[in-house]
Design a protein around this ligand. Structure first.
Ligand SMILES: Cc1ncc(COP(=O)(O)O)c(C=O)c1O
Ligand SMILES: N[C@@H](CCCC[NH3+])C(=O)O
Length: 416
């Protein structure tokens, strides 16, 4: 069942047509389905009965209303900055439900995380371990920690979003893991609770996760021999979604495969940190065709959303399906769907065939994850609004930026 369906020839999100949304909020505009987010979340929750647990990776889409919807579902949250901690708390999430990943946590972020009482730190280096220990000791607190180790597994995904290979910046090399755990166990302000890894994003096979789990379990066994028992193992996020014709495993199957391997470890609970799988297919970017143009050998469909609004196609050559919101009998054009930004790399899709005319509305699909979250004001473009649909209700969950928002904090200098 999809919350994005054509009714009477017009694409709807839940019970509202995208034409109505464009009329109300103008374009470009991000539109999300509340029910799709909840359904995606519940698939994880159902497959992971307590004491297993899922933590939504806030970076995928950190809009406060979306965090609120997930907090109401009892979600945990995986964060990578002090800012993301602040967002979770502002949205009604609980500090103890937060795990804090990230390769370069600052003093201030660690202090803030300890002050508010987050659940645990996923520690990414020996130096960070010392820093957390020192700050926790100074604050007379105990920091619960997991070490993020690098299992050196090929996630078979785009090189920019593979994170678990030896030459990536993430995590502690497996060879140094035991020594770092031993050091952690000696530090009185730290409590060692688990082990963590995250091998990459948009994975479409289960096997790399199982390969990583195998290496993590070898580590768990070795740590037990050294008298360092763990309570949970965190296999990160990374489950892929269908953008075009990818066939990622179903959530339930991927989790069942991991839990099956953990049967011999009844004392270990499984943590996961899904981001994309929760929100990607729950959102579209709505945009209007400004002009059609042809240079004699190539057609361009010029729209009012650009790479500053949705960076994934430019940055990763990522594919997002693009459809006309209203079934059209205009002539089919095969061309690039491009934005207004002054960059040759500013495209949302290349060589797409669309029955389209100037003024039509297009929906760029699967844009709920790493869409608005990676948007910018490049070319002094105010960022688009975000709208959440629930049944026949629409909520403006972030207003379109004004120029005051764009230049906030900038000041002029005295003349001359
Ligand atoms: C540590 C960590 N956890 C979770 C995620 C979420 O990944 P995804 O959106 O692929 O599920 C990421 C991003 O790749 C990450 O770096
Ligand atoms: N931003 C990436 C995913 C990165 C995951 C962050 N660790 C994407 O859009 O696919």
């Amino acid at each position: 069942m999809s919350e994005f369906q054509e009714k009477n020839g017009v694409l709807h999100v839940e019970d509202i047509s995208l034409e109505k949304i464009a009329e109300t909020y103008q374009t470009p505009c991000y539109v999300y389905s509340k029910h799709a987010i909840i359904r995606n979340w519940q698939a994880f929750q159902h497959a992971l009965p307590a004491p297993h647990r899922a933590f939504y990776a806030v970076k995928a889409n950190s809009n406060l209303a979306i965090l609120q919807v997930l907090a109401e579902q009892g979600a945990g949250f995986d964060v990578v900055s002090g800012g993301e901690i602040a967002r979770v708390l502002r949205a009604g999430g609980k500090a103890q439900d937060i795990v804090f990943s990230g390769v370069a946590k600052s003093d201030a972020e660690i202090r803030y995380a300890l002050d508010v009482g987050i659940g645990q730190f996923n520690v990414e280096s020996a130096a960070e371990l010392e820093r957390i220990s020192a700050i926790a000791a100074e604050l007379k607190k105990t920091a619960r920690i997991s070490l993020r180790v690098n299992p050196d597994v090929d996630a078979k995904t785009h090189p920019y979003i593979a994170t678990g290979l030896e030459d990536n910046k993430f995590g502690i090399p497996m060879a140094e893991a035991i020594g770092t755990y031993q050091r952690a166990a000696e530090l009185p302000a730290l409590e060692v609770v688990g082990a963590d890894c995250h091998i990459g994003s948009q994975l479409t096979e289960t096997q790399p996760f199982l390969d990583a789990l195998e290496r993590m379990l070898r580590l768990v066994d070795e740590l037990a021999e050294h008298g360092i028992p763990l309570r949970h193992i965190d296999m990160g996020g990374g489950l892929g979604v269908t953008y075009q014709d990818e066939q990622p495993p179903a959530v339930a199957d991927y989790i069942a495969a991991l839990l099956a391997r953990l049967q011999d470890y009844p004392h270990l609970s499984l943590y996961l940190e899904p981001g994309r799988a929760i929100v990607a297919n729950a959102g579209v970017l709505l945009t209007r065709v400004e002009y059609l143009k042809s240079n004699g050998f190539k057609h361009f469909i010029m729209v009012d959303a650009g790479m500053n609004d949705l960076l994934r196609p430019s940055l990763y050559q990522a594919h997002h399906d693009i459809v006309n919101v209203r079934a059209s009998d205009a002539p089919v054009i095969t061309g690039d769907v491009v934005g207004p930004v002054c960059e040759t790399g500013d495209f949302l899709g290349q060589q797409r065939s669309l029955a389209v005319a100037a003024g039509d509305l297009l929906a760029v699909k699967s844009a709920g994850a790493y869409g608005f979250a990676m948007s910018s004001n490049y070319n002094s473009r105010p960022r688009p609004p975000e709208v959440l649909i629930a049944g026949d209700q629409s909520y403006l969950i972030r207003a379109r930026e004004t120029m005051d928002d764009v230049w906030r904090g900038e000041t002029l200098v005295p003349k001359g």
